[in-house]
Design a binder for this molecule. Structure first.
Ligand SMILES: [Zn+2]
Ligand SMILES: [Zn+2]
Length: 195
């Protein structure tokens, strides 16, 4: 199902293209000003620009229930960008935000819109965090499946190293190993003398 996040994503792709394409630049600036007939501008886009336009246009049309005229939907997109703080985000953060919005039922997104900004961004942040957590768990499982675990040299627990030369699964194991080494290497004159 198409959600606001998909439309925003398609619009971002079109705008990102226009940022680097002299032929499409002015047209997309015109589009973002919500023209009466957005389709009229289609003809002035380059081939890649048209592809991005079509994806964006399709996303809008697939919006359930109140898709409305294209200009109104574009206004909704811009409103959603403002509401959900998309302006100025780098790609990775914006992608995460889109995934968060896409993962939410339409009703939940509508409810978010009603909240004040602090509460809205806090709820969105919680959804983003749970998506990131899911990504990490998936990555972790993939590493395990790929056989990238190794045994801790302190306690034999198998763990996924965070860096190439990591030998211990926890700082407690590393510190214990360090203490044990010191004890082993220390000369023990007092013991020898009393024997
Ligand atoms: Zn272009
Ligand atoms: Zn350990």
């Amino acid at each position: 199902m198409t959600t606001t996040g998909v439309i925003i994503d398609a619009w971002r792709a079109l705008r990102a293209h226009a940022d680097t394409c002299p032929q499409c630049h002015d047209t997309v600036v015109e589009l973002s000003a919500v023209p009466e007939e957005p389709m009229r501008l289609y003809a002035s886009l380059c081939r890649a620009g048209r592809d991005a336009f079509v994806l964006w246009d399709e996303a809008k049309r697939a919006l359930p229930a109140d898709s409305g005229p294209a200009d109104r939907v574009l206004a909704q997109v811009r409103e959603a960008r403002r509401l959900f703080g998309f302006e100025g985000l780098d790609d990775a953060v914006a992608n995460l935000r889109n995934r968060a919005l896409d993962s939410m039922p339409t009703g939940a997104v509508a409810r978010l819109r009603e909240l004040d900004e602090g509460a809205r961004m806090a709820e969105l942040g919680a959804v983003e965090a749970s998506i990131q957590h899911g990504d990490r768990m998936k990555h972790h499982q993939e590493e395990i499946d790929a056989g990238n675990e190794r045994p801790c040299e302190g306690c034999d627990i198998r763990f996924l190293p965070q860096f190439e030369r990591q030998r211990y699964h926890s700082s407690a194991c590393r510190q214990k190993a360090y203490r044990d080494r010191k004890v082993q290497s220390r000369p023990r004159p007092s013991l020898l003398e009393t024997e």
